[in-house]
Design a protein around this ligand. Structure first.
Ligand code: NAD
Ligand code: MG
Length: 392
């Protein structure tokens, strides 16, 4: 029996993870569930999965959840805040941690799980973008097992046999596929009028609102380029992005001898989640089998960096290295939040990120303090650009 903590249990990845867990009660038990604000949803999940611990974002939310559970005679202990998140990510009773908090808020507990030597199922790509070197060092030094849950990186992981350097030597390129999001073919002159709901209506995936906007700007693919750099040790020039609107080929590895290995499947996050949970075994994920005869044509095209400036900005940040990816991520989080609140236009997201990145501090991302200070500084500068939009 493997005991799992699900960080971000009330989100889209949380839902899919708990669905896979439910299918295999003989293999998996839930140790802890966490949520930021959704008391009622976490209460319902605690009634169903009976975790030993639950964590909320604030003391008030935790008290409300604890009261609901006590009234039902459920013994789950409820905590709140960062220390409680780290505690449930590192508890000796835990085998695996699903890191599915969105954004920079997931960094500390995800890193703590790696430092505790856990099996880390990493959906929270922002954590790796911000602190790639620190995170990968922690995984190595503490004997953690890092399994990528992002569908593209999970696909590449599946096509890149184990940690065998003989295979790595023959890798020519990793190729990340991208759906192109909802605006791949929309008239570029109409992009500034896009509403948050239009941006969140992804053609192939149902996801949280932040990653949905990132998919529409293709910043999501940019963050994934940086994620791939850290996970697979690939320099920027060996990472290619290819638009594939059908989202059936989840990514590919191109080898020196001309071979290309790809992983295919219906677009459903339960596949990479089940893969990460059971690795190196395979289990039923509840995903319908892929039928290529009925899937229709699979098409591929090169992304247009004029339409999707955020993708180019992410490559710039990766090439700049050091703290630049953390700055890119922080500026993007602030800009996406402002867009979702109706404070800026869709096309302003790239402008804000570019404006903050232009003046990104130099320096290495070797300590968590340096990363978190660059993150805070970038948020402040993004806020200033938002205040004075004429300057961006
Ligand atoms: P979501 O918005 O649906 O869920 C986010 C979860 O994080 C919720 O449980 C929420 O309560 C929690 N949370 C939010 N802010 C928090 C904070 N400040 N402190 C603690 N908890 C907080 O997001 P999602 O779509 O499930 O995505 C989660 C992560 O997985 C993101 O990093 C995303 O990039 C990544 N990811 C998602 C998908 C997908 O299909 N949804 C695919 C690949 C990667
Ligand atoms: Mg992805």
């Amino acid at each position: 029996m493997r005991r799992i903590t699900v960080l971000g249990a009330t989100g889209s990845i949380g839902d899919s993870t708990l669905d896979v867990i439910k299918r295999h009660p003989e293999r998996y038990a839930v140790h802890a569930l966490t949520a930021h604000r959704q008391v009622d949803k976490l209460a319902a999940l605690c009634r169903e999965f009976r975790p030993a611990h639950a964590v909320m974002g604030t003391a008030e939310a935790a008290a409300a959840l604890q009261a609901l559970l006590r009234a039902d005679g459920i013994k789950t202990e409820v905590g709140y805040g960062e220390a409680a998140l780290e505690a449930v990510a590192t508890d000796a009773a835990v085998d695996a941690v699903m890191a599915a908090i969105v954004g920079a808020a997931g960094l500390r507990p995800s890193l703590a799980a790696a430092r505790a030597g856990k099996r880390v199922l990493l959906a929270n790509k922002e954590a790796l973008v911000m602190s790639g070197r620190i995170f990968m060092d922690a995984v190595r030094e503490h004997g953690a097992t890092l399994l990528p849950i992002d569908s593209e990186h999970n696909a590449i992981f599946q096509c890149l046999p184990a940690d065998d350097p003989r295979y790595r030597a023959g890798v020519a390129k990793v190729v990340l596929t991208a759906s192109g999001g909802p605006f791949r073919t929309r008239d570029p002159d109409s992009l500034h009028d896009i509403t948050p709901d239009e941006a969140c209506a992804h053609p192939n995936w149902v996801m949280g609102r932040k990653i949905s906007v990132d998919s529409a700007t293709m910043m999501n693919k940019g963050l994934e380029v940086i994620e791939a750099h850290w996970l697979f040790g690939a320099p920027a020039e060996r990472i290619e992005v290819l638009i594939h609107p059908q989202s059936i080929v989840h990514s590919m590895v191109s080898y020196a001898d001309g071979s290309v290995l790809a992983q295919l499947g219906n677009p459903d996050m339960r596949t990479p989640i089940a893969y990460g949970m059971a690795y190196p075994e395979r289990i039923d994920a509840g995903v319908s089998p892929l039928n290529l005869a009925t899937a229709g044509a699979l098409s591929f095209e090169t992304p247009d960096l004029v339409r999707f400036p955020c993708l180019g900005l992410a490559f710039d940040a990766l090439r700049a290295g050091g703290l630049a990816p953390a700055v890119l991520n922080a500026a993007n989080e602030v800009a996406v939040e402002a867009f979702l609140q109706g404070r800026i236009r869709f096309t302003d997201i790239a402008r804000v990120v570019a404006g903050v990145l232009e003046r990104a501090p130099g320096g290495n991302a070797d300590t968590l303090e340096a990363v978190l200070s660059a993150d805070q500084d970038a948020r402040r500068r993004a806020g200033e650009l938002l205040e004075n939009r004429s300057s961006c």
